[in-house]
Ligand binder design. Sequence first.
Ligand SMILES: C[S@@+](CC[C@H](N)C(=O)[O-])C[C@H]1O[C@@H](n2cnc3c(N)ncnc32)[C@H](O)[C@@H]1O
Length: 287
Amino acid sequence: MDSLPGYLQATHGRTYIDKYPRTIIDIDELRNGVLLEFGPGAGNDLLWLCQHGMAPDRLFSLEADRAAYAIQSFVLREQLRGFALFHLPFDLSDSRFPPEGGFDFVYANNVLHCLGNAAGIYAATTRAFGHLKTGGVFFGRTLSDKIDSERLAATITRQEEITRKILAEPIPEVSHFETCEMSFQVGSDTINSQTAIHRLDTADGKKILSEYRGRVKRKKQERICGTREAFVLSTVNALKDGRLMGVKPEKLEQIARSVGFSETHVEVRKHPWKPTEDFYFRFEKSD
Ligand SMILES: C[S@@+](CC[C@H](N)C(=O)[O-])C[C@H]1O[C@@H](n2cnc3c(N)ncnc32)[C@H](O)[C@@H]1O
């Protein structure tokens, strides 16, 4: 499944790999291995790894979302040069990229919960196992199915307050036109804001003003939708209606063992206010 609407904006430039607990992965441990990332999105973590000493020929990835992949290939091309070709626009379920290889690490950050259902998680875990060499590690982070109802109520209240505040902000005076960069379509002409202000008393003026107010309202709406609270609430809704698949940490460990991983370790992360719960996992493949 593609990322939730707003995900790429909400995580613009954000890296995760550098914040992993050392009990899950140590960056020095990674540097000497070859890593395959599942669902890197815009490739922020891949870029971070290259910029922190990981050789580009040690990094591979599979990403199904073409929009995310377009950003990723654009960003990585500069850094990885020819090795950008190791990053493929493939769905994990695509049999043209079989689960083979001698990878030391398979990494999946915020990906398993995007795979639709338990069968998708099982298939991705099986694929990870198949790509790893003996001694390899599948690690990442995903959402559990837990939603804390008290925290959810508090987040909804906070989001409502933010919405009220933003909507109550007055629409900036028309004199603001003189300093802002806007253009308006008047008939077949495109006019800039400085010109527009001189037309306000004319018949075009009403149209310009209503378009201006509409744009300010849309900007307010964008700000409301862009808050952390709004993104968290959309994640909660997606978990509730099944667009995202939360999994209990112990259930994921069970899946990992059933596909052949011998050592499993999970760590729940307590967030200061989010009603959802993330956890880290590390699964080792041994003889
Ligand atoms: C929530 S985003 C996480 C992106 C990135 N790992 C991060 O943490 O910022 C989930 C990513 O997994 C990708 N994804 C979901 N299902 C996939 C599949 N079946 N095959 C490959 N990628 C998939 C999505 O397109 C998206 O880029």
